[in-house]
Design a protein around this ligand. Structure first.
Ligand SMILES: CSC[C@@H](O)[C@@H](O)C(=O)COP(=O)(O)O
Ligand SMILES: [Zn+2]
Length: 213
């Protein structure tokens, strides 16, 4: 029989506090309207802390965060994890260096996801702020953010993400059409930096489209 997974309560409390703090700030930016968005943090090789489904992300406390295994199954709780838990655990499985996943629904992300859906990606090129993404050292680089079709069926989205990764294409974040963005990083500060940079860059691309004849 497999050993039951045990949750380190101190690690969980720290993870929950870090998630709640980040969520409060992102909500204050207006990026988590109407209970949307979800957030998670890897606790160890087998477990992650994640927001409980349907909670107001601007007012999270420790009781609004639960634990799941790397396949999205609840551990030590009867609560329902985020409806999009599968997208978080997929990132932890596919990217061993990823320890935090942030998903938001800003207006910029939502509008851009619709506008660029037909092209299947937003190509970022020539922007100094690309250097805010770990591994990018110059504006003379290309950063593609794919836009995947929205669906309520997470395995379908997961297979699109898997296909992108399996083609060997770099992946630092993705948009979902009419929905929002997912991004991740090695810790909360790096993931926050990625999210803020991408929000800014996607906003710039939207402005260029608006201003271009
Ligand atoms: C409130 S609509 C947004 C949801 O459908 C979903 O996309 C979302 O981001 C939040 O879902 P949740 O289950 O609370 O993690
Ligand atoms: Zn969402």
């Amino acid at each position: 029989m497999p050993t039951p997974l045990t949750v380190d309560p101190i690690r969980l409390a720290h993870g929950a506090d870090a998630i709640a703090d980040a969520a409060r700030e992102l909500a204050a930016f207006g990026w988590t309207p109407a209970t949307s968005s979800n957030f998670s943090m890897r606790l160890d090789d087998h477990l992650a802390a994640i927001t409980i489904s349907g909670r107001d992300k601007g007012r999270l406390g420790r009781d609004d965060i639960m634990v799941v295994d790397m396949h999205g199954k609840a551990v030590g709780s009867d609560a329902r994890p985020s409806a999009e838990t599968g997208l978080h655990t997929q990132i932890y499985r596919r990217f061993p260096d990823a320890n935090v996943v942030l998903h938001t629904h800003s207006r910029t992300q939502s509008v851009a996801s619709r506008l660029f859906a037909r092209e299947g990606r937003i190509r970022l090129e020539g922007w100094e702020l690309q250097k805010a993404i770990s591994g990018y050292t110059t504006h003379e680089s290309v950063l593609d953010i794919p836009v995947f079709p929205n669906t309520q069926h997470m395995p379908e989205l997961e297979s699109r993400v898997d296909a992108w990764i399996d083609e060997g294409k770099p992946l630092y974040a993705y948009l979902i059409d009419g929905h929002g963005i997912y991004t991740w990083g090695k810790d909360m500060p790096e993931t926050r930096r990625h999210l803020e940079a991408l929000e800014f860059l996607i906003g710039c691309e939207l402005d260029l489209r608006r201003l271009s004849p």
